[in-house]
Design a protein around this ligand. Sequence first.
Ligand code: SF4
Length: 287
Amino acid sequence: MTELKDLQTERENPNWCPGCGNFGIQVALKNALVEKGLAPEEVAISTGIGCGSKINQWIETYGFAGLHGRGVPVAMGIKLANPELTVFSIGGDGDGYGIGMCHFINTMRRNIDMTYIVQNNQIYGLTTGQASPTSDKGMRTPSTPFGLIEEPVNPIRLALSSECTYVARGFSGDVPHLTKLIVGAIEHKGFALIDVFQPCVTFNKINTYEFFRERVYKLEDVEGYDVSDAEAAFVRAGELEDKIPIGLFYKEERATYEESEPGLKAGNPAGADISDVDVGAVLESFM
Ligand code: SF4
């Protein structure tokens, strides 16, 4: 049985700003791993670059810190090399919806069995507060002193239109609810997106804990809401003013990429006996 202490690394305290929304995500993820009884060696977390991308320094699992926006393709590679691992990619909104946008879309349409947690604070925190792909139109930041001109990315709508099979949004100020979403994502066979409202208490003074506490409501509390109805999910994803939904927007069962990939039908590549494989010819071809 896995306990919280098993997931503690030697580095004790994350160096995020006091009150940062990343703390809630870290706790929810650990809670979910304990609830699913997953041992550290059964889990891999791949990250990009950003404040939150340092999360795998403080969770005792396999971890890989990649380049900006590249956490998702590395996670995909890990899953294909060893499908028995429970694989996560974790990163911020700039990382995933800006620099890594192309990887994000392509991994969703492939339906790789993994969970992508996006720490969406609607700002570039690590680089001191520039506008990000999810910053609100009109927002004034050091990089947009006259107000942001562009429309923000809507991650939920983007996921729905990219054939994502588990589309959810959490709030790092509600750890029990976020824990449930992560547990559901682990149990889901296929690509799971969990976009998380993660207040950056230092650089985003608009999208604060108070801002979200006044606005969020849970889709599971909406009578008759059907998570298999993509059109209803698309409509709900457009609610971003006075009332903002969190929870599971959409879920569908579809064959995963791993199930359809011929090369994986022979079994787990990570467990294959390669002692009699001669790679000399392949190496020769690169000379
Ligand atoms: Fe968190 Fe923002 Fe501080 Fe980064 S700058 S650690 S996102 S509060």
